[in-house]
Design a protein around this ligand. Sequence first.
Ligand code: IPD
Length: 273
Amino acid sequence: MDQLYADILSLAENAARKAGIFIREARKTGLHVDAKSRIDFVSDKDLMSENMIREMIREKYPDHLFFGEESVYGLSPEEEAARIEAFREEDFVWVVDPIDGTVNYIRDYPQYAISIGVVHHRRIIAGVIYDPFRDELFSALEGKGAFLNGAPIRVSAAKEAGDAIVNTSMPMNNMTTRADMVSRIPPVSESFQSMRIWNCAAISLASVACGRSDADYEAGIHLWDMAAGIVLVREAGGEVTQMNGLPCALTQTNVLATNGSIHAAAVSALNTK
Ligand code: IPD
């Protein structure tokens, strides 16, 4: 299995890099943008990136399943959860966000990435995040550590909330989740050193993995936004749970990832409204 997992990681790295360079360059030729809702958008490059990645996977692993943001778009939250529940123990499932941070990409704000996670035995066993703007490739394999452009990475050493920077995003799924998220900001901003709102869960999670920030919490998100980031943070020595501190499930729609040392403080701040 070791060799198969290593081959899977290598394909994920190649696909993320190829799609990332494509979206970075193709942006210069113009974008066609459609509204998914009043606050969420998609570009033609999201669809092209997803097709490119899906084809690369299909060519090498035709029997693997594909769970990509643009292919799944339109399902209700219950239908999406049912699809995830249906992953079988033996299935390899490629969980793909062809552009995480689409609105940043559309506006040429340099926080967007390709995110590819692979699930096997209903666990996330591999994750790759490629930031084409900085040419940074983050990758991790369960039990084998986390890397940035091939060099090992670790979460930060911050021990106290007062020394820690926390990332988050404005939820895009609906205004109720957004209002709930905003209501949790005051206690976090009071006890932590500072906050960043990037609206790219993949890069926020990767920044926790490499110690640039100390925590990230995201609400109203999907498995494709966080799968790769979750395995990266764990393999870099961090801790990942739901925002209430309970263990992660593949169907959850929120996540809290930290360097571990400040996890309890983050759970406490996020649950003091
Ligand atoms: C978005 C980002 C953002 C999160 C949104 C997602 P997308 O991903 O991950 O951080 O807050 O909920 O939709 O839609 O740009 O792939």
